[in-house]
Design a binder for this molecule. Structure first.
Ligand SMILES: Nc1ncnc2c1ncn2[C@@H]1O[C@H](COP(=O)(O)OP(=O)(O)OP(=O)(O)O)[C@@H](O)[C@H]1O
Ligand SMILES: [Mg+2]
Length: 134
């Protein structure tokens, strides 16, 4: 719930990838998806980590937390579904758009969550072919 720190990783990643000369649209998609994952870790996951790995053909991001986990993944992936508190909503979060937004922007999204044990989300972005405008 440290809102002063949340957002830093995606901002740094965006700067780093732009400096490498990656396609602007791709950098934008990665930054959006990373921001959503990062905020979810801060708001729902009780804190955790985001690792970014870049290779010649792809960028992979792995989010990990040891929070409460996601009981119903299908619900969590549904636009508009949110368990955010009133306090969080009053800060402008909790529209239930983060997970669908991650899926839409990434070329692949794998969620591995165990209620009570935590959540791992792996995102992959192809570098070889530029994705469609999203
Ligand atoms: N890392 C996580 N740990 C536990 N629950 C999570 C995690 N990420 C998402 N969830 C659950 O999935 C729901 C949907 O997430 P999503 O990001 O789509 O919406 P939100 O975070 O509630 O709102 P928004 O992202 O629009 O501000 C969350 O409300 C929460 O219940
Ligand atoms: Mg969210």
């Amino acid at each position: 719930m440290d809102f002063s720190a949340a957002g830093k990783a995606s901002t740094e990643a965006k700067r780093f990838l732009a400096r490498l000369g990656l396609d602007q649209n791709l950098v934008k998609r990665i930054a959006i998806a990373m921001y959503e994952g990062e905020m979810n870790i801060a708001i729902h996951g009780g804190g955790g980590s985001a690792e970014l790995e870049i290779s010649t053909d792809k960028v992979e991001i792995l989010f990990q937390d040891k929070g409460p986990g996601i009981a119903d993944l299908e619900l969590a992936m549904t636009e508009g579904y949110s368990t955010a508190s009133e306090e969080v909503r009053s800060m402008g979060f909790g529209a239930g758009m983060g997970m669908p937004n991650m899926k839409r922007n990434a070329d692949s999204m794998i969620v591995d969550s165990e209620p009570g044990a935590g959540t791992r989300i792996s995102l992959m972005f192809n570098l070889s072919k530029t994705g469609p405008e999203r």
